[in-house]
Ligand binder design. Sequence first.
Ligand code: JFZ
Length: 479
Amino acid sequence: MKRTLQITVLLLGVTVGGFAQRQPQKLPAEQEIFLKYGADRLGKRQDENMKKFRDNRLGAFIHWGLYAIPGGEWNGKVYNEAAEWLKVWAKIPTNEWVKLMEQWNPTKFNPKVWAKMAKKMGVKYVKITTKHHEGFCLWPSKYSQYTIAQTPYKKDILGEMVKAYNDEGIDVHFYFSVLDWSHSDYRYDIKSKEDEVAFARFLEFTDNQLKELATRYPTVKDFWFDGTWDTSIKKNGWWTAHVEQMLKEILPGVTINSRLRADDYGKRHFDSNGHLMGDYESGYERRLPDPVKDLKVTRWDWEACMTVPENQWGYHKDWSLSYVKTPLEVLERIVHAVSMGGNMVVNFGPQPDGDFRPEEKELANIIGKWMSVNGECIYGCDYASWDKQSWGYYTRKGKDVYMIVFNPPYSRHLMVKTPGNTKITKAVVLSGKEVGVKEIAYNEYHVDMPAKDPGAPFVIKLQVEENANTSNKYREALT
Ligand code: JFZ
């Protein structure tokens, strides 16, 4: 009885909660309910593959599919909603949409140039859309008629990308949409026996495609699932757990995002007991945790991804229709994510001709220049757990604490409050000179600005001494 009530309450929470799915409600252990398809593990994965995923910190997303060809425009009408969803906005039937395949011939595509661009930008991994909601496959899948093999281009474009990125030492992650608008067996919900049978066939087809990807491209490091929000999938939580297991058997060490998973009760990302499913949370999409309130995110691995215009993942021909983030704003989001113990993936929507738009090239260049000087405060860095200050963000790697300054104060004194028993012994601007540090009160310091204002975000590396024996008798006397 008690259990039934609990489940009812939980289910109610799921339905009414909507986005509350990302606010895990941790139940005391004795109140946890039995789940066959809940979290496989508590806490962060600590193996080498996960460590590499985490240390990479900065990635690029590539959204490339048939939607790049119309670029947000259909029959003379320009739609400002996400270009990769144009089929839905303009209500284009599948048989018409897939005709775009006849035009897929990116004559300017050069995977080596793409990989060099990513390398120069300083990204350590690239997430590629192997198949977006439209169903078009960038690899010659033997399970679908809508693939790169049926276009004038013919060649395995995904294979070419994987090789080129790997040759530059860049990890490749696969984006895969379970939702497939091109497949007649796909169901949004299961309402009849017929739906059940069709959807079972669809899940088998999806398994086959995933096995195909994992065996054709064994260097893939991660699967990032999308298009898993429909009721049909929530009713088949067992399948999401099975997919994770299946991929991990084929590719030991592979990492998988939380967006794939649904538990026995259809609860997504976090199971009905409040535990993260998959290896890292992937709910931060075009938004970031609050730097002060959301510190719980430091308890699990997470990765955020962002668009450069307001909401365009695929190529859209007119970027003037929404606000486009400046390179500085993109940079701040990267730093912000790392300061909260997360990864950041910046999106690119290549043109149909295989080149990148000038704005994206410029963005990659500017980020790359900054990373070449300051990358030390990003790669392998984590949440520093020092009190946030208004001038910017902290990150940390072992004993080194980095101050990433975005908003220097008029006083030219950068306030730093250290945790108990932590002393700052030296402060050096990355690729620059040492700056003054003054202890102004117990565990409070002023770190000087560089003599010449850099006029751009800069990084100060702090040398700290943590001494468990230091104590402040006066402070103790007050307690
Ligand atoms: C999905 C896609 O629909 C979109 O086209 C793009 O590929 C993006 C990366 O992923 O969009 C989402 C998915 C999940 C959320 C929001 C948009 N979410 O959980 O808030």
